[in-house]
Write a protein of this length. Structure first.
Length: 234
């Protein structure tokens, strides 16, 4: 959904403004040793086998470009947006936050940041500061929910950013204690079992969306339904 929203925005704009409150590493290496069943094999691995039928999804185009020899590199959210922007031949102005020093080191080690500026610090506070000095763009809120107040902070940030004209995506898991109670906000969900995937301890995932047009919401719903049909097809 993140890649779809970014791609739709880039059809209308030559430069994407992007922000993320808790970014994580740029990318992750998947353990694909023969015979080893890792968690990812029941998630993205389940989707990967349908790659030829998923070329209408920006996300899977990015994955294919990053993995010409087979699935090994898994992009973090900011790298996904960066690659989506590159695929459109557009510019990116991104500011992302994380409190983990190892995450900061991973970003510092990258040779090509291409418009991504990493901040080591509190993403909730950082994004609030950004909202006062940046034109509206696309915001992803994806906290680790380590602190009990994270859910409330995420909800407040979503509402504030949407009021300032941003499109905001807030990711959380079904089965956890992070489901918000926000009225008049669209949400799109995926039940892992219904989609033929194994989410482990998680029942599914939800993305709450604020500030998006009705046409964009409808596009996301159609793409989500198409993805589920493809995954279930075999």
């Amino acid at each position: 959904m993140l890649a779809e929203v970014a791609s739709c925005q880039l059809v209308q704009k030559s430069c994407l403004i992007y922000a993320e409150s808790h970014v994580g590493r740029p990318e992750y290496l998947l353990d694909n040793r023969l015979g080893r069943q890792s968690e990812w094999t029941k998630g993205i691995g389940r989707c990967w086998r349908h790659l030829p039928a998923l070329q209408n999804f920006c996300y899977f185009k990015v994955l294919a470009n990053l993995n010409p020899q087979g699935l090994r590199r898994y992009p973090g959210s900011a790298l996904l947006v960066q690659e989506t922007t590159r695929m459109h031949g557009s510019k990116l102005h991104a500011e992302v936050w994380d409190v983990d020093s190892d995450v900061a080191a991973a970003w510092a080690a990258r040779q090509d940041l291409s418009g991504v500026r990493f901040h080591l610090g509190d993403g909730f506070a950082g994004i609030r500061s950004l909202l006062d000095r940046s034109p509206p763009g696309l915001l992803l809120i994806d906290p680790p929910y380590i602190n009990p107040e994270d859910s409330k902070l995420a909800e407040d940030l979503l509402c504030t950013a949407a009021e300032k004209g941003w499109i905001v995506l807030w990711w959380y898991m079904l089965g956890g204690k992070t489901i918000p109670e926000v009225s008049n906000i669209q949400s799109l969900s995926l039940d892992f079992a219904d989609a033929g995937m194994d989410g482990g301890r998680w029942q599914g995932a939800v993305v709450t969306i604020a500030g998006a047009s009705d046409s964009l919401i409808e596009h996301l719903r159609e793409q989500a339904a198409t993805l589920q049909r493809v995954i279930q097809s075999a």
